[in-house]
Design a protein around this ligand. Structure first.
Ligand SMILES: NC(=O)C1=CN([C@@H]2O[C@H](COP(=O)(O)OP(=O)(O)OC[C@H]3O[C@@H](n4cnc5c(N)ncnc54)[C@H](O)[C@@H]3O)[C@@H](O)[C@H]2O)[C@@H](O)CC1
Ligand SMILES: Nc1ncnc2c1ncn2[C@@H]1O[C@H](COP(=O)(O)OP(=O)(O)O)[C@@H](O)[C@H]1O
Ligand SMILES: [K+]
Length: 500
């Protein structure tokens, strides 16, 4: 896991590294700038490209000056430097890099407060105006400059953080950010890159290691973590030679109505493909032929048979909700499940909406149950939110209070645990934004629970493999849409590769 730090924690990690590695702060800046340049060269190998580097007078600007000098060493010869000296202050490391720049003879322009803004003809802009030191929304000269640069619609590469973007927390409404095509960011992705809204200011980001003290970073025990493939490889258990279907548990999926049987089919099929030993779907009678045709491996309990006839004890885990509707029979099933089943359950879609109408029932969920809301379901459950940052904060409070896992779905789905940790998933892509994709995730989570992964492990592994299967299909094949049924077919391969 990659710990995700706040701006203040990043400063502490910088200071600690400087004191204990030890390394001087100017050499740490040089290391960061070299790491930036290595990636920049990767993306923009054309040495004749016209590049303008906009530098503030803090350490982000210091990085910008060092980057300019290093690009010069790499024979990028069509470089222009613009220093925005809007205030009196500059940092010591900015000043040193300014001296070093002058020594190289690379020309630069300075703009002061209220100056006319320079004509800009370069194709690529490097944004080193402000970084993680941002402490208020852009105003005055910075606002004027950034608005001007945004209007030019050039390719923008941000150093560490786009100017104007908060590293974490609520981005003030209507605040202006220098929109980046690429942010080459130091040590760890910034929390704001991972949330819709703020993340929209960065088209792509690339994280470069600058050698901050990892032991110290871990000791900060950040509640925010970024899931990496190596974590999943460690967690996923290969299937052993003498295993049989009994080894891998029996999942029950309560889903579907005559009009939304597809949701039940997708969940149940995903559950079987993600390795449940046995899968049973509790569906309306009219869906029986569809189920037996689409996925003959899945067994059925036909709804309409009295609810109490379900022998809950037979199942190692139960998921409820996809396409279920909110009619009385759905409500009765949910009540009965919560009254009689004491192991963690997966609650999705309509079952979440039923819980939103009945907060007392929500409090009775078995400990460590998993809720999988998208944004709208989340707000129905826990109230309207103005930002994703606010949603993550509420999810932490609610998951701890109710002792449950909350999987808040989106790009970078956030998994919040009863201990109050928030894990950001690193897989998935926009080709997966298609109806039924969440139903597939519910089936995967059930399959992992019955295979005896803990609820937190199931959420982490489940979200990762769901997104990974989508990435494996969409990215190399340039698919603009991945349908849920196709993703299900990919799951055994995705899981097999991660186990091997
Ligand atoms: N030793 C270190 O601390 C390292 C820092 N690095 C760079 O340093 C950056 C952070 O540098 P700084 O802390 O100097 O801060 P910045 O360079 O981001 O900002 C400079 C100063 O601008 C002022 N400011 C904040 N918001 C403003 C606003 N809206 N309008 C006008 N002025 C505003 C603040 O006083 C701030 O300190 C990182 O993003 C990274 O690029 C890297 O060189 C790696 C090592
Ligand atoms: N733009 C996107 N990028 C990455 N993943 C996405 C994107 N859009 C949707 N997904 C994933 O697809 C799933 C959609 O879930 P949900 O909205 O519940 O769908 P449905 O209700 O149609 O089944 C989630 O797991 C989400 O993470
Ligand atoms: K920047």
């Amino acid at each position: 896991m990659l710990p995700l730090l706040t701006a203040e924690q990043i400063r502490r990690a910088d200071t600690h590294t400087i004191q204990h590695e030890p390394i001087s702060s100017i050499n740490l800046m040089e290391r960061a700038s070299k790491a930036f340049v290595a990636w920049f060269i990767n993306h923009f190998p054309e040495r004749s490209a016209s590049i303008s580097i906009y530098c503030g007078t803090g350490n982000n600007g210091g990085d910008g000056l060092a980057v300019a000098r290093l690009l010069g060493h790499h024979r990028y010869l069509n470089i222009k430097i613009v220093i925005a000296r809007f205030g009196k202050n500059s940092t010591a490391d900015f000043d040193i890099n300014f001296e070093r720049l002058i020594a190289t003879g690379i020309p630069y322009t300075e703009i002061q407060a209220n100056d006319d803004l320079p004509e800009e003809k370069s194709d690529i802009l490097i944004d080193a105006l402000l970084g993680s030191g941002l402490n208020k929304p852009l105003a005055g000269d910075y606002l004027r400059l950034v608005t001007y640069l945004n209007d030019l619609q050039k390719t923008v590469v941000a150093v560490d953080v786009p100017t104007g973007l908060y590293t974490e927390g609520d981005q003030p409404k209507d605040s202006v950010v220098l929109k980046a095509d690429l942010a080459i960011t130091f040590q760890q992705p910034k929390l704001s890159f991972l949330l819709p809204g703020s993340g929209g200011h960065v088209d792509h980001w690339q994280c470069v290691n600058i050698g901050l003290d990892e032991r110290f970073i871990r000791s900060l025990d950040s509640p925010y973590q970024y899931i990496e493939e190596k974590d999943i490889r460690q967690m996923l258990k290969p299937r052993t030679r003498f295993s049989n279907k009994g080894t891998f548990g029996h999942a029950l999926i309560i889903a579907g109505q005559p009009e939304t049987m597809g949701a039940a089919l997708l969940s149940a099929s995903a559950c079987a493909h993600a390795g449940a030993g046995l899968t049973t779907a509790c569906i309306p009678e009219s869906g029986l032929t569809a189920l037996n045709t689409y996925q003959p491996e899945v067994m059925a309990i036909v709804r309409g048979v009295k609810v109490a006839d379900i022998n809950w004890e037979k199942f190692s885990s139960v998921a409820i909700g996809p396409g279920l509707g909110k009619e009385q029979d759905a409500k009765d099933l949910l009540d009965d499940l919560i009254a009689n089943f004491k192991k963690p359950v997966v609650v999705d879609a309509d079952a979440l909406n039923l819980l939103a109408d009945d907060p007392e029932l929500l409090k009775k969920l078995p400990a460590n149950s998993i809720l999988t809301p998208h944004m709208k379901e989340f707000d129905r459950l826990f109230g309207e939110h103005q930002s994703w940052w606010a949603r993550v904060r509420t999810a932490i409070v609610k998951a701890t209070e109710l002792k449950i896992c909350i999987v808040l779905k989106n790009s970078y789905t956030v998994i919040v645990t009863p201990e109050g940790k928030a894990y950001f998933n690193s897989t998935s892509n926009a080709a997966m934004a298609s109806g039924g994709m969440g139903d597939v995730l519910t089936g995967i989570l059930s399959a992992l629970l019955v295979q005896k992964y803990s609820p937190v492990e199931a959420c982490i592994i489940g979200c990762f493999i769901h997104g990974k299967a989508g990435d494996e299909l969409a990215l190399p094949n340039r698919m603009s849409v991945v349908l849920p049924g196709k993703l299900i077919q990919q799951l055994p391969l995705t899981m097999g590769k991660l186990m091997g």
